[in-house]
Write a protein that binds this ligand. Structure first.
Ligand code: ZN
Length: 149
């Protein structure tokens, strides 16, 4: 268990596509524990591996009673829309802005042991899943800033 440094916007690790996880070992388990510990310390809703400098497709979410570890996650269904303010532990809060996200998503992912699961979440946890999956593509939320017409 360890609190890791959260990298800030401008660092290369936040702008790259992360690689798939192929080995489900103790190192992966350690990474997931570190993500949860670092997220808790920072009092955030979700954290992705590239935010602590690890370019792997791993993220954790812990918000509104939804706690998930996501390895190689994919959104397999999305429904509805929600507009709400987002921020990020890797971006200065002055860049917080409204982002349009699905109201409900079903995510398919693996846990640390390599067991596949699917889970459907709504509202803030759905927003958080989308935000963390963006990190795995090197995308920061404010590039999706909602512009009303
Ligand atoms: Zn973020």
């Amino acid at each position: 268990m360890a609190i890791r440094k959260i990298f800030q916007e401008g660092e290369e690790c936040l702008a790259k596509r992360c690689r798939e996880v192929t080995v489900f070992d103790d190192k992966l388990s350690q990474l997931i524990d570190d993500l949860f510990d670092t997220l808790k310390k920072a009092d955030g809703a979700g954290l992705a591996a590239p935010q602590i400098g690890v370019l792997r497709r791993v993220a954790v979410v812990n918000v509104d009673g939804v706690k998930m570890e996501l390895v190689n996650p994919q959104i397999i269904a999305a429904e509805g829309q929600q507009i709400g303010e987002e921020g990020c532990l890797s971006v200065d809060f002055s860049k917080n802005c409204e982002v349009l996200r699905p109201q409900k998503v079903t995510v398919r992912a693996y846990d640390r042991y390599g067991k596949m699961f699917e889970r459907t979440v709504t509202d803030l946890p759905a927003r958080c899943v989308c935000h963390e999956l963006d990190h795995l593509e090197g995308i920061l939320f404010y590039t999706r800033k909602y512009q009303c017409k």
